[in-house]
Design a protein around this ligand. Sequence first.
Ligand SMILES: Cc1ncc(COP(=O)(O)O)c(C=O)c1O
Length: 496
Amino acid sequence: MRAHPAGPLHGGMTPPPSVGLPPADLGALDAQVWPRSAERVDGELHLGGRPVTELAREHGTPLFVLDEGDFRGRAADFAAAFDDADVHYASKAFLCGQVARWVAEDGLHLDACSGNELALALAAGFPAARIALHGNNKSPVELQLAVDAGIGHVVLDSFDEIDRLVPLAAARVAAGGAPVPVLIRTTVGIEAHTHEFIATAHEDQKFGFSLATGDALTAAVRVIREPALRLTGLHSHIGSQIFDTAGFEAAAHRVVGLLGQVRQATGEVLGELNLGGGFGIAYLPDDDPVGPADVARRLRTVVAAECAALDLPVPRLAVEPGRAIAGPGTVTLYEIGTIKPVRLGSGGQGAPQVRNYVSVDGGMSDNIRTALYDASYTCVLANRTSDAPPALCRVVGKHCESGDVLVRDLWLPADVQPGDLLAVAATGAYCWSMASNYNYLLKPPVVAVRDGVATEVVRRQTLADVFALDAVLADVPAPAVAPSQPAPEHAAGVTT
Ligand SMILES: Cc1ncc(COP(=O)(O)O)c(C=O)c1O
């Protein structure tokens, strides 16, 4: 166990750093990892044509800075690579009204994983026909919203859900509406992550209908016989942060096999095959994800070959990238507060090894991924460059939790100091969307930058927002400036 509430870990912490040698240039911005618009101008990091010190002064820290050109550029890359398929943006990675509008304008589809994500997308004007609703425990209210809105697909995940959806769909049909289009989510027994995948006969997890037990076929047959539902195809999602297409190819093999079984059992030839998301991104300079064009080529080839082997027509493909669209274009800016050198023992020649704990003004409440998944991030000193020698650092948050780590091991210039700005790269996916109010820290704002213009697309949560939910405090005035966050005008790196 890595984290322990409010206490030291002692035996749980591995002292020797696993960080490797310092890079030649500690301030370098690797193009794989940083947003497309990131550049250094007179030493300072600029994003979307805006200097980070100005962004911090205007919006405070912690701050999510979203490079609009990067986000939309990656969406466009997927759309171009899959021009004969449907690209669904998996909105759980990051969703707000502005993002929903970009995705709508750019012609992609959108996946929602809850009724509230669906409601948000609809409220932003996203075309219902291009939305799919996922989830392993959709409530009747969520399903009713989907039916009433006329969304593109409900992705069926259990027999209970079929039972819940049928009466709602039947009521729509009785009122003169069309049957509800659905996909069946299959669990194909493939679990993929980065370069490895495991193929098993069955999967011990909560999503979907198992292929191995026959549940997926049973569900398909049942839905095909249900007049209020229209089964358009099958769905599979095999994991996340995948760098290699082999897992997708193995999954495609199995799920196309099910298309064949469905045809044999019912005579129906299903026309859609959604192979899910999970395409990896570079969090570190050495990461080597596959680009959308390569993924598209491989998937097309495999599906075509599998269909030819079964004498099936090739279905229309769909994919659901979330991280690969939202992840790389966003950077989190933090202000450094406390720096604490901690002795780790002896280095090679008996010299003491020291790790600097660099504390910033956010932490696991705005990025839980390091604590939760042992995720790796990189960061740079953002308000300036420095010629100081490298120092071994660990970037930590301000939460009362020893596992509150943002960047586990990295080299920063030895002269980093309180008041400097740190920028953590590739925080666009599953950071703001998984943010919490732990220790009553407030959710940071998201600022979109493009061509020198910064627009707040999500404002900072205030203490008044939080007090308003509290039965005792709802009418008590909250401090205008939350004590836990520096006021924007005091934000880091902007004093000189
Ligand atoms: C069904 C489904 N589709 C798409 C995604 C998006 O995954 P990623 O952001 O890794 O592309 C997920 C994520 O877990 C998912 O569960």
